[in-house]
Design a protein around this ligand. Structure first.
Ligand code: SAM
Length: 228
């Protein structure tokens, strides 16, 4: 079994945690590209089957080739599609969207869950690793009734990544500006592990720079925690 890079391994561990809660089911790997995450999920029986989607044909054929050459032709499907278009989401599904911008993730999820039955919604999990616009992703998810179960931070080749695991609970979690920008789970873990503290410090430095061009970030840093 090939070692996964730290970022993908952190995502995989959250898929494993979500699976332990949900029971058997599929993994929907959106923007799967290389397909390494889906392969590991099949190898470790974290997924009964996987659907890899990619908006571009080249990466889609990469993941198809990888899964088929590793003996998983019968348990995998690869689609060239935008997000989850054409995929019927079912109970037990774990939706993974990693390595994409936050606005793209919001767009994909908004379309996918718009008309989804609440019983199904309550029996799926989301594992997300946005590359940017984290506060917009958190705001969207909280407004849609998702609860942040965990946000894990990892550092891969000197870059921080955070991985969110969420379940739908159907009520709106009110997040103040600090929670939106830093993450509610990240703030709760402050002082309990060195990497989280290093990440919070890193974010604070980034926000100090970005506050010059954003009144919302300025407000947040000054301790006024309510969005306009
Ligand atoms: C940077 S790669 C990330 C690959 C993998 N998920 C990971 O985390 O390593 C992003 C992939 O998402 C695909 N992608 C971007 N927008 C998409 C969309 N709306 N629907 C499906 N795939 C998309 C790109 O073609 C690309 O293969």
């Amino acid at each position: 079994m090939q070692d996964l890079p730290v970022r993908l391994n952190t995502i995989f561990e959250e898929v494993r945690n979500a699976r332990a809660e949900l029971g058997p089911g599929r993994v929907l790997d959106v923007g799967a590209d290389h397909g390494l995450l889906s392969l590991r999920c099949l190898e470790e029986d974290i997924a009964t089957s996987v659907i890899c989607t990619d908006i571009n044909p080249k990466p889609a054929s990469k993941s198809r080739l990888l899964l088929e050459s590793n003996g998983f032709k019968d348990r995998s499907e690869t689609l060239v599609t935008d997000g989850l278009n054409g995929v019927n989401i079912r109970s037990g599904d774990i939706i993974v969207i990693a390595g994409m911008g936050g606005l793209n993730i919001i767009d994909i999820l908004a379309r996918a869950i718009k008309d989804l039955d609440k019983d199904i919604l309550s029996n799926i999990a989301l594992i997300l690793q946005p590359q940017k616009s984290m506060h917009l992703v958190r705001r969207f998810l909280a407004e849609q009734g998702f609860i942040f179960e965990i946000e894990t931070v990892c550092k891969d080749r000197d870059i921080f990544y955070n991985v969110l695991r969420l379940r739908y609970r159907g009520y709106i979690q009110e997040l103040d500006l600090r929670q939106l920008y830093y993450g509610p789970c990240i703030l709760e873990r402050r002082g309990s592990d060195a990497l989280t503290d290093e990440y919070i410090e890193h974010l604070t430095q980034v926000f100090k720079i970005r506050s010059r061009g954003s009144s919302e970030i300025r407000k947040m840093l000054e301790g006024d925690l309510h969005a306009d």
